[in-house]
Every structure is written in C-alpha cells, then in structure tokens.
Design a protein around this ligand. Structure first.
Ligand SMILES: Cc1cc2nc3c(=O)[nH]c(=O)nc-3n(C[C@H](O)[C@H](O)[C@H](O)COP(=O)(O)OP(=O)(O)OC[C@H]3O[C@@H](n4cnc5c(N)ncnc54)[C@H](O)[C@@H]3O)c2cc1C
Length: 508
C-alpha cells in the first residue's frame, strides 16, 4: 500500500490469509519528487505506521519498512524485485495509484519471470475510473455544475425525488460573507492532535531528506482512523453550521485565522483514512437532525466540494494526463520568488497566506486560489514551479488533486479545461474578502506609485498581456472597456508600477 492508500475498508482486508504479506514502506523516492513540507512527510509516514499496526492487530501479516531499511534501494521497483526474491512471491498485487507518475512506475517495471502482477481498484472514489470518459471529455472544458448535479442524482444526496432539496442545486452566492469584527469572537479553535513524530523527524534528518516548514515534534494532523473520525465529528458539530457562510473569508486578526470553519479533512480524505461517502453522510445526517442549526446552504456547500469538485478534478486529471502536466497556455516563465519559502514579504495578504502554509502545511481554498495562486498568475510564474511549490507545501497535496487546482483552476495554464476564465483579481477583491489590507505596507486603493498594492498594477499588466485571448471572453471583456476609458496618464503610470513590481518581485 502506498501512503495515500490507507483505506481500512478495502476488500483486501475482509479476510486474513497467511500467504499474503502486505507491504507498507517509507520511500526516499516519495520524499524527493518535490521538496516537501516536513509536516506532510511526517503525516504520511505516521499514518502509514498506524495503518500497518492496525492491519497486524487484525491478524494480517505486514512488512512495514522505514527509511532505515528501504533507503538502500534506488526506487520502488528495485525494492519490490528484491522482496519478490526474498519471499518467493508468486503474485505482486497493488492498488492503482492515483498519481500518473506512480501508476506508470508500477505498471511498467519488468517483473521477474514467473511472478504475476495484478492491479486492484483502491475502492475509495465515488466515480469509478472506467466511467470517466462518459462524464468528462478530454481536451475541452467540462462544466463542474453539470458534473456535480449528475453526481447528486447518482448518489441520491440532498435530493427530493429528482429535484434538489431546498429547491436549488447550488447556494454558492450565500457563501461569500466577510468576517465582521463581531464574527471574530465566535471563530472556534481547530481540533488538533498531538502525534509524536520525533522519531520520524530524526529519520528524515538521518537520511538527508530535504524539507522545509515548521518542524513540530507533535503533529497536529490526524494520522489514524480514530483521529480522522474525531476530526469529522468535530467539524460537523462545530464548523459546519457556518462552513458555507465564511468559506471564502480571510482574516489576520485571530489566532485561529488559519483554520476558521474549514473541515481540514483533506489529509484524512486524500490518504483514504476517510471515505468521501461517510464524510458527506455525516454532514447530511447532522443537517437532517437539526436543520435549524445547519441550513441547506452550509451543507450543500460542503457536499459540493466533496462529491463535486474533488471527484471532478480527479476525472479531469486522468482524462487529460500526461499532456496536462506540460500545459503552459499563458507562456508563463518567471521564477517563483524566494519569499514563497520564507513568507518574508511586505504584502500582508501574502505574508499571512504563506506564513500559515509554512506553519501548518495548510491554507484554505481562497488563500490558495486568490492570494498565492492569484499572485503567481498575475506575475507570470512558470506553472512547473508553481505546481512543485503547491505539491510540496500542503499536507493534502497529491498530484491528481493538486495539479488540476493549481495548473488548471489557479494558473489557467490548461487554457480553460477547468475554469472558464482566469481567477485573477486586484487588491480590491482581497480587501473585500479579508482584513489583510488594513495593516499592509502597501495601499490597496492605489494603482500607481511605489506604495501601490502590487496586485493592482500586476492585474492590469496581466490583463493586457493576454488581451487577445481574454477580450472575447464575455465574463472578462467588460474589464477591457473599463481600462480603455481610463486616462492615458493613469494607464501608463499603472503599467510603469507593474514593470517596477516585476523587476523587483523578490523585494515585494
Ligand atoms: C491552487 C490550489 C491548490 C490546491 N491543492 C490541493 C491539494 O493539493 N489537495 C487537495 O486536497 N485540495 C487542494 N486544493 C483544493 C482545496 O483548496 C483544498 O481541498 C482545501 O483547502 C482543503 O482544506 P479543507 O479540508 O479544510 O477543505 P474544506 O474547505 O473543508 O472543504 C471540504 C473538502 O472538500 C474538498 N475540496 C474542496 N475544494 C476542492 C477542490 N477545489 N478540489 C478538490 N477537492 C476540494 C476537499 O477534500 C476538502 O477536504 C487546492 C486548491 C487550489 C486553489
């Protein structure tokens, strides 16, 4: 089992078989395909160890290798070949990896003569891979909303017959509140765990694994099924009642600003400690039990993320790989600024979004999309570098979900396979959705001059760089008419400020 295949309910484990040996292994190759946040490495390694223990307790034979035992093998195939010989293996069986890179590796290496290879489904996702092509057409945009409605009907979730409960499919417009000062007092503390990962950190050091981010000897992320279920219960009871309402909100003025009402279930889901169906069922059961405490907009917003977005990006990834990983439609080529690795920038919004990512290996969706992602998009950062950063820093980052969100939704490098228009915005949007701009070195109202918010001029620079492509988009065209109406002097001063920002990206 790979680190993201910790599905205790897999049919493999229905019965015990003394002739089956399960292999759970920490691999150097999995620490090194990008530079990783230390909490991501620790979360996966700790969850794998707990999973191996759980299998043993249920009577299965398990070989759990740490880096101390596995590091002398060059890669996963070399290790498997050695084990096939040592244990006289007749059949090598594995669950289909969700990442293209690993699936290819496991399918393609040469097996020793006489050893069979067999691939199994991971029994986790709600839409089987065999149906992808009838839901998502490769090489073109497929609407999330249509996908989502089909999933709602198929799974019979939040439905009254064939109609959506509450009369609407989507309550997105109710989910855009800013946090007012009175709301801040009510932000709940996040449910954190205190998993001892001191030995894993030592092991990473011993094997020279390159990592970054805040090292914690007590990891706050859930690493076994009990903890994952506890986090799910906590979310449903404490955060779900306001999940949708403050889903897009951002604040710097609270010690729990990094977690707000988000579930932080993505690691538990992506490592498969939790099944998506049980997660949405828990939310809907709580809604059914008391719809005066949790209204439909909150629960629908959550269900849409899990059965809509999560399954949708996976299908888009698989029908478009491997070409997807090469897409750079906007020809973005600049280097990622060094402050992405340190959080040291005078842009308050970026300092907060980066700082909390370095502290917790976590940022919520709008921070990823409209702060850090938006900055990279406007500044024209090469998508390979943006992808590598997102893949390394977040505890939940696995390529099948990271790449469509980053390269697609946030960088528009796929030319619109995920989003119909780039998610680009100036400081105004950030100011509307957060209180970041209040204490900033830069002036969010200014477009020109050296204290002007960099997002403002970079926004126009981006728009003009891609005018030919974007002007015909009905959702964007109007912006160009606004630009054309502006005074020539203001326009050239705005572009001069953008040039200054680009030339001094590292110093922003
Ligand atoms: C640039 C960028 C990169 C991202 N990279 C990842 C990634 O590597 N891994 C990842 O799991 N998510 C990624 N996302 C999606 C989303 O930001 C995270 O799923 C979410 O922030 C995880 O926090 P949470 O569990 O508190 O989510 P909540 O806000 O509580 O949402 C509930 C669940 O819905 C699912 N979900 C929500 N939005 C999405 C989405 N757009 N795509 C897929 N699933 C979604 C997740 O499983 C999440 O746990 C990315 C988004 C952007 C814009």
């Amino acid at each position: 089992m790979l680190g993201d295949q910790l599905n205790h309910a897999h049919s493999w484990y229905d019965s015990t078989d003394p002739d089956t040996l399960y292999l759970v292994v920490e691999l150097l190759q999995e620490t090194a395909y990008v530079r990783h946040h230390v909490q991501k490495l620790c979360a996966f390694f700790a969850a794998m160890a707990a999973f191996a223990d759980g299998l043993r307790e249920h009577g299965h034979a398990v070989l759990h290798l740490t880096l101390d035992q596995s590091s002398r093998y060059r890669d996963l195939p070399e290790l498997i070949l050695a084990l096939c010989e040592r244990y006289q293996v007749e059949t090598f069986e594995y669950q289909a990896p969700d990442e293209y890179r690993l699936r290819r590796q496991l399918r393609e290496f040469d097996m020793p003569t006489g050893v069979a290879r067999q691939e199994y489904d991971s029994e986790h996702f709600l839409l089987p891979q065999s149906e992808f092509e009838s839901w998502i057409k490769p090489g073109r945009h497929n609407r999330l909303e249509s996908f989502y409605r089909r999933m709602r009907k198929r799974l019979d979730l939040l439905m009254d017959g064939d109609q959506p409960r509450g009369g609407q499919w989507n309550y997105d417009h109710d989910n855009r509140n800013k946090l007012k000062p009175a709301d801040l007092a009510e932000i709940p503390p996040p449910r954190l765990f205190a998993n001892d990962v001191g030995d894993i950190v030592e092991r990473l050091e011993r094997h020279g694994v390159d990592h970054f981010g805040r090292v914690m000897s007590e990891l706050p992320w859930p690493v076994d099924r009990d903890q994952a279920l506890e986090l799910l219960d906590y979310f449903v009871a404490t955060c779900l009642p306001r999940f949708g309402r403050f889903q897009d909100a951002m604040t710097a003025r609270h010690e729990h600003a990094w977690s707000l009402y988000h579930s932080r279930l993505s690691f538990a889901l992506n490592s498969k400690l939790l099944h998506p169906r049980e997660v949405v069922d828990a939310a809907i059961t709580a809604f059914d039990a008391d719809d005066s405490a949790i209204d439909i907009a909150q629960v629908e917003g959550f269900v849409r993320q899990v059965i809509g977005w999560r399954e949708y990006v996976r299908a888009v990834y698989w029908v478009n790989m491997p070409a997807y990983a090469e897409r750079n439609q906007l020809d973005a080529r600049r280097d990622l600024p060094a402050f992405f690795w340190t959080g040291e920038t005078r842009m308050n919004c970026m300092r907060h979004a980066l700082g909390q990512s370095l502290d917790w290996a976590y940022a919520h969706h709008i921070q990823r999309l409209m702060i850090t992602g938006n900055f990279c998009l406007l500044a024209g950062i090469a998508p390979d570098q943006v992808d590598a950063w997102y893949l390394g820093i977040y505890v939940d980052a696995i390529e099948w979900v990271e790449m469509p969100n980053t390269r697609g939704m946030s960088q528009f490098a796929d030319g619109g396979l995920i989003a119909t228009k780039p998610y680009c915005a100036g400081g105004n949007y950030i100011n509307k959705m957060s209180d970041y701009c209040g204490g900033c070195h830069y002036d969010v109202r200014a477009k020109t001059g050296e204290r002007a918010c960099p997002f403002n001029s970079l926004y126009w620079d981006f728009m003009l760089r891609h005018r030919e492509r974007l002007a015909t988009n009905p959702r964007i065209g109007v912006m160009y008419r606004n630009w054309d109406r502006q005074d020539e002097e203001v326009r050239s001063a705005t572009l001069a400020r953008a040039r200054d920002c680009i030339d001094n990206l590292e110093k922003l």
